[in-house]
Write a protein that binds this ligand. Structure first.
Ligand code: FAD
Length: 449
């Protein structure tokens, strides 16, 4: 049977783009469909605009600190609308660059909403495209809890288009997305309240990291309501009233309510059943370790498979799929030591096992080294900011299973440690490494029990 393409990719986010370009480099005839903007969630309504907002917020925080560093008080004004325009202009340049990369690689970009007609046919705008292999990389969308008045709440998607900075922001959900927005918006002067179903935010991270971030944000006057969930939202006298239930039964007045309670795969309208592709919980596409779905020639990567929802993971899955199928070099993704960060202030980052996970797996042979200290940067100010560093080790050799940090540059520091931990370093390797002084990173080399 002859097909229009060797590979048809549905979804031009990080997973789909990486796979399309890699497959083309192996000489495959490739097309990629995109119904919205090229770059997916990451470029358009995730990592990229978020990190730019984090940087804008950092300038506000640095300005607050500048007095302690000898700068004179000066009038500042932040123009949110002007800033957002710059962010969106920058995103346009990324679109342009991605488009050129696809052209250079010989990948055909088809604009429109793809659905499966059968295991080898994708339908877009009433046209049919056949392919030997199909890759589904459709990502996910933010979900909202089903409570009265939820239509008044927005999701992370709309946060990047807010026409003004709210005076009072309530955030439902203390996962990394909710926490990052809490931190940024607080730096711009918004009064922020975070409601989380757990006692402490950032479920899934190491407990010392969760506590470190929550304490740091509390010092900046972000209010946390733990062990509670949103019950209803009412619109009244030009403001929103959010009622909580659980440990705290409160009514919070807000101008904007952000829901950050998780994401679900974008699989509802794909007509997967036409091709025999099965989905599991929340509509996540079921795949094996090579990203193959229940249909022999159809694969899925990234957020729509609900493994680890991170850009580098989606990319790695896309590349591993192509190496396996088009490069004839079977490759699995290693999910064990994937580093991740929370771009809050204080920043947090982690790689490998949390203390709790390590104890579950290795029991009494697990040991932790944990330090809390005031970094040099804040010693000159009246802010008693604290950094936390922690490593989790196991056995006589004290092999490092995980590293966790709260504090400045946590993401960059943990990124470097991730390579070493993947290579199986021990505590002694850290002890024998000479640091760069004065840095926070060197503290990882100076830890005592
Ligand atoms: P996506 O990036 O979602 O791309 C899927 C694409 O498929 C989309 O462009 C969509 O329009 C398209 N599509 C969907 N259905 C169809 C269809 N039927 N036909 C054609 N096209 C279709 N990750 C990090 O690693 N670091 C971060 O700092 C980070 N911050 C984030 C902040 C926020 C607010 C959010 C929401 C996410 C963040 N993420 C971050 C997660 C990251 O964005 C995702 O893990 C990543 O984008 C997943 O890539 P993907 O290719 O699987 O899907």
């Amino acid at each position: 049977m002859t097909f229009n393409y060797d590979l048809f990719v549905i979804g031009a986010g990080p997973g789909g783009l990486a796979a399309a370009k890699k497959a083309a480099s192996y000489g495959a005839r490739v097309a990629i469909a995109e119904k919205e903007a090229i770059g997916g969630t990451c470029v358009n309504r995730g990592c990229v605009p978020k990190k730019l907002i984090v940087q804008a917020a950092d300038l506000a925080l640095q300005n607050q600190m500048a007095l302690s560093y000898g700068w004179s008080d000066c009038e500042t004004y932040f123009d949110w609308t002007k800033f957002l325009n710059s962010v969106h202009q920058h995103i346009e340049t990324i679109h342009h660059s991605y488009f050129e990369q696809l052209q250079k690689a010989g990948v055909e970009l088809i604009r429109g909403d793809g659905t499966l007609r059968d295991a080898h046919t994708v339908e877009i705008n009433q046209s049919e495209y056949t392919a030997d292999k199909i890759l589904i990389a459709v990502g996910g969308y933010p979900i909202k809890p089903n409570i009265p008045g939820i239509e008044y709440a927005i999701t992370s998607r709309e946060m990047f288009h807010l026409p003004y900075l709210p005076q009072r922001l309530a955030i439902i959900g203390g996962g990394y997305i909710g926490v990052e927005f809490a931190s940024m918006m607080n730096a711009f002067g918004c009064e922020v309240t975070v409601i989380d179903q757990d006692e402490t935010i950032l479920s899934g991270f190491d407990d010392d990291i969760r506590i470190g971030v929550q304490e740091g944000l509390s010092k900046r006057r972000i209010r946390f309501i733990g062990n509670s969930t949103a019950k209803q939202i009412k619109y009244s006298e030009e403001r929103l009233l959010l009622t909580t239930t659980g440990d705290s039964r409160k009514t919070i007045a807000a101008d904007t309510i952000l829901v950050a309670t998780g994401r679900a795969p974008n699989t509802k309208n794909l007509r997967l059943e036409n091709a025999g592709v099965e989905v599991g919980e929340k509509g996540a596409i079921q795949v094996d370790e090579y990203s193959r779905t229940t249909a022999e020639n159809i694969f899925a990567v990234g957020d729509c498979t609900n493994r680890l929802q991170l850009t580098p993971v989606a990319r790695a899955e896309g590349i591993a799929f192509v190496n396996t199928v088009f490069g004839k070099k079977p490759q699995k993704v290693d999910y064990e030591q994937v580093p991740s960060a929370v771009f809050a202030r204080p920043e947090a980052a982690s790689v490998g096992m949390t203390e709790a996970k390590a104890r579950e797996k290795f029991g009494a042979s697990v040991k932790c080294y944990c330090d809390r200290f005031q970094p040099l940067l804040s010693q000159l100010t009246d802010k008693n900011e604290q950094a936390t560093i922690k490593i989790v080790v196991e056995g006589e050799s004290e092999r490092v299973l995980g590293a966790h940090m709260v504090g400045e540059h946590a993401a960059d520091i943990i990124q470097s440690l991730a390579v070493a931990i993947r290579k199986g370093i021990t505590k002694q390797d850290l002890d024998e490494t000479i640091g760069i002084h004065p840095t926070t990173a060197e503290e990882f080399l100076l830890m005592s029990p």
